[in-house]
Design a protein around this ligand. Structure first.
Ligand SMILES: Cc1ncc(COP(=O)(O)O)c(C=O)c1O
Length: 433
């Protein structure tokens, strides 16, 4: 589970703005305030969660990278919101692909081309089933979630938005779901507006959302689960309000697809994006899911091989989606690895994944809330957390903090790691005190 920012206003020395550095001085006196954390989805637990920890312990053997020491200490990897580790099953699937099936896809008629194409398309089927898509034709492979958002921005946005139209984001967007809309707004004359978050819970202010959405709104582009606060967007409510004014909805599901069951039909969005590397898959692959009828209407994003039907010297016709949006040789081995990652998560059961992270996250949250002072600490204790702005500079500006530190958990984390993390934190605090 993605945990909320643990250390608002605290950064690492020599890192970030002067605001960040001055806030180090405040670190010793700053306490963790319950109401600044998005704890609503966490199970508060002062004793280690037995069942949740069992899952973490059981899965660790699948993740070779976790079995190493950092500065003489066992690695505790709590930077899962940035990227997850990869199980042997994913590594093996990619190795097998290169050893036994490597070829280009959709092009050749020889044996290997058939095997590679089948493996590539099988992965698409798996992902489609994982997110509850009606058909694998609704899944476009992209290099990451960022590319999926840019695809919608340049394909749909550039041909559907004009001056007077509004794009509604929130102040909590990852830069990936903000900068593309800034660029499209500049080019089309559309206006980009930002729904605020609530001071106390740091959730999207839904009252403000309902007052801001109007028939001028053509697109709502929002983060499903914040990578900084962990707040979950009431997606169905957002989609319903958008439907009433005829607006489209894009959800950035980077931090939800790895951690909870996702069903695109239930979410009610028109597009969602995700990144494979955050859900046990390899880097270099992500996906855009879009409603078939919408993808069919969207013009190409990039031109080249794979995405065409017929090419003449002066014009071309285009393949139907999803191939229309996959110009050039795609990331074939990565798709195969992604398929194996989806198999892995599916075999665990996303409800079990979610419960494990809620329990373990609750335990971490509860232990942290009893630490008197929260301060910086380094990876000399073998703990990998993320410090900085987490690609959410506007959200940090809203919260008047220069940077924050984030501990984010995943399937292979355990209560014993939480305990060691707390020990490391407390000993660092003693040094600073
Ligand atoms: C909420 C959110 N959106 C988008 C992204 C961008 O993902 P990628 O860099 O894989 O495209 C991230 C990555 O941290 C994220 O957490």
């Amino acid at each position: 589970m993605l945990l909320p920012s643990l250390l608002p206003g605290v950064g690492l020395a020599g890192h970030g703005s002067s605001h960040t550095r001055t806030s180090l001085a405040q670190a010793g006196t700053r306490r963790l305030h319950d109401n600044r954390l998005q704890a609503s989805t966490l199970e508060r637990a002062s004793t280690p969660p037995a069942s949740g920890s069992r899952l973490g312990e059981a899965l660790r053997q699948d993740f070779p990278v976790l079995h190493q020491q950092v500065n003489g200490q066992p690695l505790i990897y709590f930077d899962n919101a940035a990227t997850s580790q990869k199980p042997l099953q994913v590594l093996q699937a990619m190795e097998d692909y290169y050893k036994q099936s490597n070829s280009n896809v959709h092009r050749g008629v020889h044996h290997l081309a058939g095997k590679a194409t089948a493996a590539y398309e099988a992965a698409r089927e798996k992902l489609a089933a994982f997110i509850g898509a009606r058909s694998s034709r609704e899944v476009v492979w992209t290099k990451n979630a960022t590319e999926g958002i840019n695809l919608v921005a340049y394909s749909w946005g550039m041909s559907n938005l004009k001056a007077g139209d509004e794009i509604l984001c929130s102040v909590a967007e990852h830069h990936s779901n903000l900068v593309p809309w800034q660029l499209v707004a500049q080019r089309t004359g559309a206006t980009l507006r930002h729904v605020p978050i609530k001071e106390d819970t740091q959730e999207i202010d839904m009252e403000a959302f309902h007052t801001m959405i109007s028939p001028r709104t053509k697109l709502v582009a929002m983060v499903h689960v914040s990578n900084m606060t962990g707040a979950i967007l009431p997606a169905q409510q957002v989609a319903e309000a958008a439907r009433q004014v005829g607006a489209k909805v894009l959800l950035d599901c980077c931090q939800s697809t790895p951690h909870m069951p996702i069903n695109v039909e239930q979410l009610g969005a028109d597009w969602i994006v995700g990144s494979g590397h955050k859900m046990c898959g390899p880097t270099g692959i992500g996906f855009l899911w879009g409603r078939q009828e919408l993808l069919d209407q969207m013009p190409p994003f990039q031109g080249g091989g794979e995405m065409i039907e017929n090419v003449f010297l002066d014009h071309s016709t285009y393949a139907p989606a999803p191939c229309r949006f996959e110009a050039g040789t795609p990331m074939i081995a990565e798709a195969v690895g992604m398929g194996a990652a989806v198999d892995y998560l599916t075999s665990l059961g996303m409800d079990n994944v979610h419960n494990h992270e809620r329990e373990l996250g609750g335990y971490l949250y509860d232990r942290l809330s009893r630490v008197n002072h929260i301060s910086m600490f380094l990876d000399q204790d073998g703990v990998a957390v993320r410090s900085g702005h987490h690609c959410t500079q506007p959200l940090h500006q809203q919260l008047s903090i220069g940077a924050s530190s984030r501990a984010s958990l995943y399937i292979y984390n355990t209560a014993a790691e939480v305990d060691k993390f707390i020990e490391a934190l407390e000993s660092t605090i003693k040094i600073f005190d």
